[in-house]
Design a protein around this ligand. Structure first.
Ligand code: RIB
Length: 345
């Protein structure tokens, strides 16, 4: 049976209607509201769709309907379980609202961020959840011009021109510092990510504000990955006298530092304590369970999606919200009271 093809090779709704011997409206009902079509007719139309390989033109439907059923999510690094948990929370909220989610990964690269945001705008998604690499001012201006709503994830809006959901990273850095000072550490290393990430700047700000008179070695890495953590761990082994504690800007870095220490025969926490940030699933499952500053990642994603859905529901005036969660310290086996430390009361 010869397939019916348009000049551009695609099969249209008219071809399906002709093949099934029904109206275009009936085909549209079978696709969008199958329950209103009699079973016999529905089966005939579905057989024609299958045989012709018809796929609905979602962008045309969106243009006609004026609204998309898809949200976009653009995260910094899908290799980081933190963002996988953010995506899970956002996807669940989208699903609960009958919407789909298109998840993209910028890999901390501005060129990819710009490219993905342009693609999501072309797809006319309902709105975008975005964890920007830098300020993302240029790429988000595209959305402002195109009036496509967005919600900042893991970032506060500097000017209140969008909703945002994040954690108080200054408080998170301070929590880590207080824990290490209170357990008697006076020679501490801090492994931080690139200053282009506001999360890293704010964790450093909070950490340094509570470190007191401890000796502090700050090591900056280019990417917040396990590999960067391994490299930082090797650099820490070369510091003399060696720090008795390390705070890392996220758990992946901390797991890399842990791996290097164990490989070098340095005992954790007996010889060196390690604190991470995010409290991803692997933190508690590590060879030496990791003390970490917990972020409610799934809740961050869920709340961001709920705000975007509310903003794009068209149900009356929307006021942008800045939601900031409070991090909490989860103490595990990777930290201990430093030798000769004054035990905290
Ligand atoms: O993406 C870098 C880090 O910032 C993540 O680990 C998470 O902590 C985010 O806030």
């Amino acid at each position: 049976m010869a397939r019916i093809r348009r000049a551009n090779g695609s099969v249209g709704i008219k071809d399906v209607a002709q093949k099934a011997g029904v109206s275009i409206g009936t085909v549209s009902n079978v696709v969008n509201r199958p329950h209103v079509v009699a079973a016999g007719t529905r089966n005939r139309v579905q057989a024609a769709i299958e045989e012709l390989g018809y796929v609905r033109d979602e962008s045309a439907r969106q243009l006609r309907a004026g609204s998309s059923r898809a949200l976009g999510l653009l995260v910094l690094d899908l290799g980081n379980p933190f963002f996988v948990d953010v995506a899970r929370g956002a996807e669940q909220a989208a699903h609960d609202a009958g919407l789909n989610m298109i998840t993209c990964n910028s890999g901390q690269r501005v060129d990819r961020e710009v490219s993905y945001l342009a693609m999501l705008a072309e797809l006319r998604v309902r709105g975008v959840l975005v964890s920007p690499v830098g300020t993302a001012a240029d790429s988000l201006a595209l959305f402002r011009r195109g009036a496509i709503p967005y919600v900042l994830v893991d970032r506060r809006s500097p000017d209140g021109t969008s909703c945002s959901v994040s954690v108080d990273d200054v408080a998170g850095g301070a929590l880590a510092a207080r824990h290490l000072v209170e357990t008697g550490h006076r020679n501490i290393a801090f492994v931080n990510g690139p200053a282009v990430l506001v999360q890293c700047r704010e964790r450093e700000q909070g950490f340094c504000s509570e470190i007191g008179d401890a000796d502090l070695s700050i090591l900056e890495v280019e990417a917040l990955t396990v590999e960067s953590g391994r490299d930082a761990g090797s650099r820490i082994l070369g510091i003399s006298p060696r720090p008795t504690a390390v705070f890392c800007a996220n758990d992946l870095l901390a797991l890399g530092v842990l791996q290097t220490m164990v490989g070098a025969g340095v005992r954790v926490p007996e010889d060196i304590s390690i604190v991470g940030y995010d409290d991803i699933e692997f933190a508690s499952a590590a060879a030496v369970p990791l003390t970490s500053v917990r972020q409610p990642a799934a809740r961050i994603g869920q709340k961001a999606a709920e705000l975007l859905i509310e903003e794009t529901s068209g149900a009356g005036a929307h006021r942008h919200q800045t939601v900031v969660y409070t991090p909490e310290l989860v103490v595990r086996a990777s930290t201990r009271v430093s030798r000769g430390a004054r035990a905290s009361k």
